[in-house]
Design a protein around this ligand. Structure first.
Ligand code: ZN
Length: 440
């Protein structure tokens, strides 16, 4: 991929991935197009031949790897990870409420969403639906309505004169989107709406019972470039689909000369403790199948490096005092290496030094982020993966503004810089990725 193609490809990937399910489906399609073979956890794998493979779990997490040598040689794995989920609004199981001539749908807040930006925006619906086929078999399909279907109107300032000074959002009562005008005697049939969406690709679903769903609202406006010279990109889910995209592209563009593995985890935004999250057993179980011998597996892990990619915070010119004055990452100045003395990030001086060398080899700048002492640092999958496996880890990511807003802002160059640094990590042939010992 050339730099000139990068943003179009990123925009396409994120716009087609309104949920973690869609991100995994699109990632799997990309991997298949590059010759990766699908594995299923339910199958017997045996000893895998050198080649490229991928597998998914619960449709929302994915692991892909290339085996350049026999997996019995103990060669290190170059590993990278990111998360597929983003904070947002998830539709409740019984969502419909009819009130004052309006049909509304109830939502739960998923993760640490910045809620104010969700008001007054065209919203659409996407996710996963379970339904019953005409033969009685359970079916599962992804839907993406791809058109504005809902809006959460603000309360007019005339009813809340303190709205600009003391805005407080009640998550139960203030966030219900409007989806239709309809009298209470004709309640919205939400399942019929889902059947209509399903029927486009599955005609038999037009009459099918809807059994359950995992559906989310999302920003119906696509990503776009902003600024006098187009130097900003604004859009939804940049945290962290930008990193998923960079990791995938770096993997498929690298040759077959190294052992590499990537993991895209769901549920990072809600703490990662799930069957598919970074605190779950997904990665560990795959490594156990690739390296059944415990001693060999530990040998591989001890020589490996895990690059955890998740967006970081750029300095906001309106709020620069929120940052440590000596650590002020700027947009379009390269990925940040994130450190935290209390292990909210897993970076140490050795893994930081290794990542700096990848950036130098790729010819891209990099920056350093540390949170102010009087604010609480965020975290990511890096420390959880490091703790689960005992693998050397570095936490990095592109600097961004408005993290966890429905539309976030980045610089137009930083994703490309991250991709190139990851490609250098994956392609490095002459340098060991092992951390040197201070006491040899
Ligand atoms: Zn993130």
């Amino acid at each position: 991929m050339q730099a000139s193609d990068y943003l179009n490809d990123l925009f396409s990937y994120i716009d087609r991935s309104p949920t973690a399910y869609h991100a995994v489906a699109n990632s799997a399609a990309l991997l298949r197009n590059h010759g990766f073979n699908r594995l299923r956890e339910a199958d017997t794998w045996g000893t895998l031949a050198p080649g490229s493979y991928y597998l998914t779990r619960d449709d929302s997490s994915l692991i892909a790897f290339t085996l350049a040598h026999s997996s019995q040689t103990g060669a290190p794995l170059r590993m990278a990870g990111a998360h597929t989920d983003s904070p947002g609004l998830k539709i409740k199981p019984h969502p419909v409420r009819m009130r004052h001539g309006c049909a509304q749908i109830g939502v739960e807040v998923y993760g640490g969403a910045l809620l104010a930006p969700w008001f007054d925006r065209p919203l659409s619906i996407a996710g996963r639906v379970s339904w019953s086929g005409s033969d009685g078999a359970l079916r599962c399909s992804l839907i993406d309505c791809q058109r504005p279907l809902a809006v959460i109107p603000s309360l007019a300032i005339h009813f809340d004169r303190e709205a600009n000074d003391k805005k407080c959002i009640n998550k139960q009562t203030d966030l219900m989107p409007l989806v239709a005008l309809s009298p209470e005697t004709e309640p919205l049939d939400f399942h019929a709406l889902l059947r209509d969406e399903l029927a486009g690709r599955h005609p038999e679903a037009a009459q099918a019972p809807i059994l359950a769903f995992d559906l989310f609202l999302y920003d119906a406006q696509p990503l776009c470039r902003v600024g006098l010279h187009g130097e900003f990109v604004t859009g939804a889910r940049l945290d962290n689909l930008l990193s998923c995209h960079a990791i995938l592209q770096a993997l498929v563009q690298s040759g077959a000369d190294q052992n590499r593995l990537i993991i895209l985890n769901d549920h990072e935004e809600v703490g990662s403790l799930s069957a598919v999250g970074a605190q779950g057993p997904f990665l560990q179980s795959v490594l156990e199948r690739l390296y059944p011998d415990t001693g060999l597996r530990q040998q591989v892990i001890s020589g490996s490096l895990f690059v955890s990619a998740d967006n970081g915070h750029a300095v906001h010119p309106n709020f620069a005092a929120k940052h440590d004055p000596e650590h002020l990452p700027q947009l379009n100045s390269g990925p940040v290496i994130k450190t935290n003395a209390n292990q909210r990030y897993a970076t140490n001086s050795l893994t930081s030094a290794l990542f700096r060398r990848f950036c130098a080899k790729a010819g891209v700048p990099c920056q350093q982020f540390v949170m102010r002492n009087d604010l609480t640092s965020g975290s990511t999958i890096g420390p959880l993966t490091a703790a689960e496996l005992g693998v050397s880890t570095v936490d990095v990511g592109v600097p961004q503004l408005a993290m966890h807003s429905i539309r976030e802002t980045i610089g137009h160059l930083d994703g490309w810089y991250l991709l190139r640094a990851l490609a250098a990590f994956f392609s490095e042939e002459d340098q060991d990725i092992r951390c040197p010992e201070a006491y040899p």
